[in-house]
Design a protein around this ligand. Structure first.
Ligand SMILES: *Cc1c(COP(=O)(O)O)cnc(C)c1O
Length: 455
């Protein structure tokens, strides 16, 4: 197993370096220009503008260097300028930028489908379709499931996040900021209780029992034979990096199979080595009928995919699936190169190594906080998809104010850390998988100090 990233070469020095008074003048000027022209509804977490990025470092236009513990929301797992991805993009773009796969097809789309059919769980015959965004992949997975089953109902879960388009808003659980005032939403979406070990009323409930709880509700409220699809994130992303209790996913998948329901694993955030396996469902040996992928797939180029059982995907009539840009040739070249880098650098192994380092550090920190500063309620996640849930000391009451303060304090020191969670009280760690141990530890030092200072 690869335990250091020493064979990975970096273009930029992997070192944090920020001016005390950033944002600097160039970023401030850009913020002013932006306010006049960019819609206020698009918010940015960090008030600086990027000039360059490589490995675990992001440079801004004023010369500050930040540690990236967010990967542009789990996208740049291979880094933001992986030489293999950059080279493949340059090579592809010199030949053609686009022809539309639905008009004049090209090899890279086919080659990527071959790779995805091979890498996704299960030995069965598979088919793949490529799109542009995660939401588009989810929309299409549901389209396929409805057509193939002839049923309407779709089951999603508490704390789910599946995107911002109309159907995916309906599937997403959290109102603010994703849904509030954006309705009406797509019909025939039903929400069921998730397995959320830290917040279960009965802390003894097993994964199988939590699955039974959801299944009973589905049977009572919808009827198993009415359900086209169950869609679930094997580790929930925006909802708070919630890892369901062991046995929950297999029990749901087994029941779905029994009822002819299409089991869709939304691995848009958890896929591509992020959790220490190619896909998060691999941890429990679950084989989804359809898997949705995006974020980490193409080293930052916009691309998404659905891969699933051939009998389901081939049930759709020719022309029923597609899109102008879906499977853009430059994005396909980037994805093939990114997958190559994941294999070459054993980034699944790197993700497990990051988990070892970070979880040990976070547990140590948790042990140091006591009494009124005992604010780390839960440490969870897999691989390089890790989170801490911050609470009011001595209770499980969510502490979103502290969460905000900690993220802001980290940023001030030059460490980009994202938050998430239904209650806004989760600090999530999503470093590029190519981050050096030194940079990761430096970032974790900053996080630990920030929590100690604000707890
Ligand atoms: C980000 C995300 C989506 C939506 O992807 P976009 O590319 O932003 O449309 C869907 N599902 C999950 C699990 C995600 O994390």
């Amino acid at each position: 197993m690869t335990t250091t990233a020493s064979e990975i070469t970096y273009r930029l020095e992997q070192k944090r370096r920020v001016q005390a008074d950033f944002p600097g003048p160039k970023s401030v000027a850009l913020t002013e220009r932006r306010k006049a022209v960019v819609a206020a509804g698009v918010a940015s977490a960090v008030p600086v503008y990027v000039a360059d990025a490589d490995g675990g470092i992001i440079h801004d236009v004023d010369g500050n260097a930040f540690i990236d513990l967010g990967s542009g929301i789990a996208v740049t797992s291979v880094g933001a300028s992986d030489p293999a991805v950059v080279g493949a993009v340059k090579e592809a773009v010199e030949h053609f930028t686009h022809t539309c796969f639905m008009v004049t097809p090209y090899e890279s789309y086919v080659a990527l489908a071959e790779q995805l059919n091979r890498l996704t769980p299960g030995e069965h015959e598979k088919r793949t379709v490529l799109f542009n965004s995660g939401a588009e992949a989810v929309e299409n997975a549901v389209k396929v499931a409805r057509l193939a089953t002839g049923r309407d109902a779709v089951v999603a879960f508490d704390h789910a996040y599946h995107g911002r388009t109309n159907l995916t808003m309906a599937l997403t659980a959290k109102a603010m900021p994703y849904k509030t005032n954006f309705g009406p939403f797509a019909p025939e979406v039903y929400r069921m209780p998730m397995s959320y070990p830290y917040r279960e009323e009965n802390p003894e409930i097993t994964g199988a029992e939590a699955a039974k709880r959801a299944i009973t509700m589905i049977e009572k409220q919808i009827g198993g034979d009415q359900v086209a699809a169950i869609i679930i994130e094997p580790i929930q992303g925006e909802g708070g990096f919630i890892v369901p209790a062991e046995g929950f996913l297999p029990a749901l998948a087994d029941w779905a199979k029994d009822k002819g329901i299409v089991f869709i694993a939304d691995e848009v955030q958890s896929g591509f080595c992020r959790t220490g396996e190619w896909f998060a469902v691999n941890h429990e040996g679950v084989v989804p009928d359809i898997i949705t992928m995006a974020k980490g797939i193409a080293g930052g180029m916009p691309l998404s995919a659905i891969t699933g059982r051939a009998d389901l995907l081939d049930a759709v009539h020719p022309g029923g699936l597609g899109g102008t840009y879906g499977g853009n040739p430059v994005a396909c070249a980037a994805a093939l190169a990114a997958i190559g880098s994941m294999q070459e650098y054993n980034l699944a192994g790197r993700a497990r190594h990051i988990e070892e380092i970070a979880v040990a550090r976070l547990r140590e920190l948790q042990g140091q906080l006591s009494g009124a500063s005992d604010v780390i309620g839960d440490i969870r996640g897999r691989g390089a998809m890790l989170a801490i849930e911050l609470v009011q000391a001595g209770s499980k009451e969510p502490n979103p104010e502290l969460t905000k303060a900690v993220a802001a304090a980290c940023l001030k020191e030059g460490v980009i850390i994202l938050t998430c969670g239904t209650y806004g009280n989760v600090i999530r760690l999503l470093p590029p998988l190519v981050i050096t141990d030194e940079l990761l530890n430096d970032g974790l030092d900053v996080l630990a100090s920030a929590i100690k200072a604000h707890a």
